[in-house]
Ligand binder design. Structure first.
Ligand code: IMP
Ligand code: MG
Length: 181
């Protein structure tokens, strides 16, 4: 346990099986939306979306390119920084292309609101967003992803790519952090 974090346990909230089933159905909806696309650019937001994007693209029956973008957000704590900066830009071009932005969680909404504005300024043909989790109770800016895996209550969660202080990303399920002291 890192010294700067009080002791905690992780209670499972969404099983690996439920996540897989939900992704199958989301992939079908995305396939319908982008049917006939020449090439879909799937943009993962680092680092939290890396597990989700890996599972999602393997369910997509479309020609895809995978690219990554990194935006600053939480640092190592539990609170949003609100001021979003782009730390790592895309490698490829998106002008005139179909783009799907993949995020782990929509919390305050600042990150995806900023990132979509940033990407839309490059004139993609179509830009859609998907987030595995949504915490609507925490929203500070008006933002709604086009697809959501699961709506969850205001709990701090980890696993399936999502971290607390850079730990627990490798859990195969989503769990909530519960402090024991
Ligand atoms: P937003 O800008 O407040 O919507 O923040 C979104 C980002 O905050 C996500 O991409 C996550 O990296 C992080 N985040 C939000 N809620 C959680 C959580 O419960 N656990 C871990 N990270 C979170
Ligand atoms: Mg993030």
């Amino acid at each position: 346990m890192p010294a700067d974090h009080p002791p905690y346990v992780i209670d499972q909230m969404i099983s690996a099986k439920s996540i897989a089933a939900r992704i199958e159905s989301l992939a079908r909806e995305i396939g319908t939306e982008f049917a006939g696309t020449d090439k879909l650019v799937v943009v993962g937001l680092l680092r939290g979306s890396f597990v989700f994007i890996a599972d999602l693209v393997r369910e997509l029956d479309l020609p895809v390119e995978v690219d990554f973008l990194e935006a600053s957000s939480y640092g190592d704590g539990m609170d949003s920084s609100r001021e979003v900066r782009i730390l790592k830009d895309l490698r490829g071009q998106i002008e005139g292309r179909d783009v799907l932005v993949v995020e782990d969680i929509v919390d305050t909404g600042h990150t995806l609101a900023h990132v979509t504005k940033f990407l839309v300024s490059r004139n993609p043909a179509r830009l859609r967003t998907i987030a595995l989790l949504d915490k609507p109770a925490r929203r500070e800016v008006d933002f709604k992803a086009d697809w959501i895996g699961f709506e969850i209550p205001d709990e701090f969660v980890v696993g399936y790519g999502i971290d607390y202080g850079q730990r627990n990303r490798n859990l195969p399920y989503i769990g909530k952090v519960r402090f024991t002291q």
